[in-house]
Design a protein around this ligand. Structure first.
Ligand code: FAD
Length: 474
């Protein structure tokens, strides 16, 4: 029998449920396939950096699979429709008996998988696995069987289920028992804009696992105190690996439990604080499945679609480029543009600034983030934006508006982070770093740094009025 493993965003050998299942029968001929769909990726705003990260990981995956005598076939076509047609023909030509894949939960991906299963149903047995979450969507529900809309009760139910579920990690498969050596072909680069990944995120499962181990051993205890400070290395920096499946959430949970065995008992500790973030990741993915409209750029709270957003292309551009005149916002946006990653506290600050200070539609920000992020993930990104914009379920209420200056003072007090990314302000004294123009005025000097694009207290009033009027019109 021939087993085909279809890799998508699960680019790892270890703890990969589809791969593991495909290899269980020692007699089976096992092959793997990856299909690049650049036009579809463009529609999904995938960041060129993320495409490059995927490409790098495909190369290492090809090697690791070859060591186990599993060939990786690689094909490039336009979009999901083409990929279904191609895969159907490939299954026929290779006489595939069974197809193994790990589920993706976004709507287009689910429609693609349904179409494929239908197309091959008479010849190929399809095995789909819940792999990218600790608990599958639909398995954590209220007494009435529906998805939670609020995070805290979701987490309570989630933890109850987690302790009774099997979340062990699976080993990488052993080498196949065949004499045939697998030849390595150079994989054609994706037909997609090129951008380098940079050095902050080394390639490979091993690098990701090393980072996870070190984080759980050395950093996680201080997570609660450090996680909001962008100038510190207080978070795991694992999101790019989780987003494309180089690492699984079970590996994260199991490593955490090994290093901090009392994680579930000591709920005020850093280890539980970190697990809490992994559960947010689950919450947002479960929401996508329960409310597919979230995949279609629709707000969870419908009346928020009545907000009269400003059409302000110059302000939007200033935000994108990190030239708003608000130092913490600009430093954060420059970090994003330069590295493809941004600290969580800063994601909240810049998102709030775009929506609540500039009154620009949150979908502009969501789209821009996707186009830049190495860890771009529809569920987490949409969840984060809808949280900040007060359009989501269990989001910040609309009248809660971050003050970008006090946020900077609180979380980057000495301006260390700001000075790393906004060199124009390197000579401004610590105390003045969050309002450099006031200082410059007193010093009677001119800063080579933009004046604030908007006055925060006026903007705040206008935003409140815009949300209130939208709510009244409901
Ligand atoms: P850690 O603090 O070490 O957390 C561990 C893991 O938990 C992360 O790697 C991530 O997988 C998950 N996680 C942490 N916080 C969240 C959260 N709030 N929501 C969902 N999952 C979380 N995360 C993405 O992975 N992709 C995105 O596209 C994305 N877009 C965001 C957009 C906005 C506006 C906001 C406010 C948040 C967004 N996040 C996104 C969530 C969060 O900012 C990142 O996951 C986190 O900063 C990644 O850094 P880390 O790996 O060091 O996180």
């Amino acid at each position: 029998t021939t087993h085909l493993v279809w890799f998508r965003n699960d680019l790892r050998m270890t703890d990969n449920r589809a791969l593991h299942a495909a290899c269980e029968d020692p007699q089976a001929r096992v092959m793997a396939v990856f299909i690049a769909t650049p036009e579809q990726w463009k529609q999904h705003e995938m960041a060129p950096r993320q495409a490059a990260f995927i490409y790098q990981h495909l190369q290492t995956l090809q090697h690791s699979l070859a060591e186990r005598r599993i060939p990786l076939h690689y094909h490039q076509c336009d979009d999901f429709v083409d990929s279904v047609n191609w895969l159907k023909a490939f299954c026929a030509s290779e006489k595939v008996d069974a197809l193994f894949y790990n589920k993706q939960y976004e709507i287009n991906e689910r429609l693609r998988d349904d179409a494929l299963e239908k197309a091959v149903s008479s010849d190929v047995l399809c095995h789909a696995f819940d792999d990218s979450l600790l608990l599958p969507p639909g398995s954590v529900t209220t007494g009435e069987g529906s998805m939670y809309k609020v995070y805290t009760p979701f987490r309570r139910a989630f933890l109850d289920r987690l302790t009774e579920s099997d979340s062990r990690s699976l080993p990488a498969p052993k080498a196949r028992n065949t004499q045939n050596d697998v030849s390595l072909h150079r994989l054609t680069p994706f037909d997609f804009p090129q951008q380098s990944v940079g050095e902050d995120f080394p390639v490979g499962e091993e690098a990701a696992r090393d980072r996870l181990r070190t984080f759980c051993r050395e950093t996680v205890q201080d997570y609660l105190g450090q996680r909001d400070l962008p100038a510190e290395d207080g978070t795991s920096l694992l999101s790019p690996y989780l987003a494309i499946g180089v690492l699984s959430p079970r590996q994260c949970f199991n490593r955490l439990r090994t290093e901090c065995p009392d994680v579930l008992e000591r709920r005020d500790g850093g280890a539980f604080g970190w697990l809490n973030e992994l559960i947010w990741r689950e919450f947002y993915r479960h929401l996508l499945v329960a409310w597919p409209k979230l995949c279609k750029h629709q707000p969870f709270i419908e009346w928020t679609d009545n907000v009269s957003w400003r059409h302000a292309p110059q302000d939007l551009q200033a935000w994108k480029e990190g030239k708003t005149g608000y130092p913490i916002v600009d430093a954060a946006m420059r970090q994003l543009n330069d590295t493809g990653w941004m600290h969580n506290r800063l994601r909240m600050i810049v998102a709030s600034f775009l929506v609540k200070d500039l009154l620009i539609d949150w979908r502009e920000g969501e789209r821009y983030f996707m186009s830049q992020l190495l860890d771009g993930d529809l569920a987490a990104n949409n969840g984060g934006w809808q949280w900040a914009a007060s359009t989501g379920t269990d989001a910040a209420p609309y009248f809660r508006i971050f003050n970008p200056t006090t946020q900077g003072e609180r979380f980057d007090t000495a301006g260390r982070f700001i000075k790393t990314w906004v060199p124009e302000l390197s000579h401004v004294p610590e105390k003045a770093i969050h309002q450099p123009h006031r200082w410059a005025e007193k010093q009677q000097c001119v800063l080579d740094y933009p004046a604030p694009v908007i006055d925060h207290s006026l903007a705040r009033k206008e935003t409140l009025a815009a949300f209130e009027s939208a709510k009244r019109r409901n």
